[in-house]
Each structure stands twice: as C-alpha cells, then as structure tokens.
Write a protein that binds this ligand. Structure first.
Ligand code: HEC
Length: 184
C-alpha cells in the first residue's frame, strides 16, 4: 500500500465524518426541538382533575340525620378511644376530667350530677340532641365559647355520626333516631 492509497482512505474517512456532522447540523436546524418555558412534563389530566377538585371542594357535610342513617356503632365505639382520657362512658361510671357520658343524648346540657361545668357550658342551655352534639364535637370551643373541654374536635362528619350513634346506644332506652328523609 503506497502513501497515495493511504491518503485516499483518510480522505474517504474524513469525508464521511464531515458528511455526518453536516447532516446532524442540518437536521438540528430542521427539527430544532422547542424548549418548554418551564422544564418538565405535562401530566395528562392533572389540570382537569384540579379544576374539578376545586369545583367540588369541601362539600358541605350532609345533615346529621342522613349521616346517622349510615353510621356504625362499632366504629363509634372505637372512635371514642380518644375521649376516654377524659370521659367514662359506662352506666354509673365516674366523672373524670370531663363528665360521665352515659345517657348523654337528649340529656339537658351541663347536668350530670357531681360535675363542675364551666360557665360557658352552663350558659349553653338546651339538650344534647343530635344536631347539638354534632356541632359541639366538630369544634367544641367554637360551639361552646369558654368550654373547659380541651379537645380540638372531630373534623370528619361521618366519624362524628359514628360517635353520636354509639353514644345513643349507651342508654336504657336509646333516643329515637331522626328520619333521614325528613332531614333532606
Ligand atoms: C382533654 C379532655 C377531654 C377530651 C379528650 C374530651 N372531652 Fe368532652 N369534656 C371535657 C370536659 C372538661 C367537659 C366539660 C366542659 C365544660 O364544662 O365546659 C366535657 C364535656 C363534654 C360533653 C358535655 C357533657 C354534658 O354533660 O353536658 C360532651 C357531650 C363531651 N364532652 C363529649 C366528648 C366526646 C364525644 C369526646 C371525644 C370525641 C370528648 N368529649 C373528648 C373533657 C374532654
């Protein structure tokens, strides 16, 4: 192989390289990818979902009568574990930090024997009917200003219904349930 032939081979290789480089430059010009303003991928459906979520945000809680109709005593019994630091739920049981809660549904507010209620609770008046219990358990301090019940509340509407249904069962003769249809 003489040097002339070697030159031809080098020339061919160089020519090919130049051609490939040229092609890639040209193709980049033709198919130049548009850079997004914000790096990242658009997740399909995400904007729609958030739009729908905003529309349906925080649906108003169903009336307590409707929630009671699908509440569950067993779930309520479990849920009141968080009340038991302060409340005894048994018949004839003691007052603890808070009053005994046996037979509370429809009992007059702040009337359990031997418990020293706050002025705010004594001023509330009325009975612990379903609606009052629901409102009180959602946010005790908002419902009864000045209450000494140091408890943040039960934010989940269905959990409150479970608790109230359980409390209703703690009675010699449980209070009548409201008609779910009438409440709608
Ligand atoms: C940190 C202690 C504490 C916890 C936890 C607590 N309570 Fe109370 N509760 C109290 C006190 C204290 C009172 C008396 C409030 C007053 O006089 O202002 C009270 C009062 C009440 C009353 C009014 C009773 C009456 O005789 O008028 C109800 C009903 C009640 N609590 C239900 C509950 C339920 C249900 C839970 C759990 C979901 C709960 N509480 C959790 C301390 C507590």
């Amino acid at each position: 192989m003489d040097s002339f032939e070697l030159n031809k081979i080098f020339g061919a290789v160089l020519g090919t390289l130049l051609l490939v480089m040229g092609l890639s430059i040209v193709s980049e010009i033709i198919f130049s990818p548009a850079k997004p303003a914000i790096p990242g991928y658009d997740l399909p459906g995400a904007p729609e979902a958030s739009a729908a979520g905003a529309g349906a945000a925080a649906p108003a809680a169903e009336p307590i009568a409707v929630r009671l109709a699908k509440a569950d005593v067993g779930r309520g019994e479990k849920a009141v574990a968080k009340c038991k630091a302060c409340h005894d739920f048994t018949q004839g049981g003691p007052n603890k930090v808070g009053p005994n809660l046996y037979e509370t549904v429809n009992r007059a507010v702040a009337t359990h024997a031997g418990f020293n209620y706050s002025a705010g609770m004594k001023a509330k008046g009325g009975n612990w009917d379903y609606a009052h219990l629901d409102e009180f358990l959602e946010n005790p301090r908002k419902s009864v200003p000045g209450t000494i019940m140091a408890f943040a509340g039960v934010p989940k509407p269905d959990e409150r219904a479970d608790i109230i249904l359980y409390m209703r069962s703690l009675a010699g003769s449980p209070a009548e349930l409201p008609a779910a249809e009438a409440a709608k």
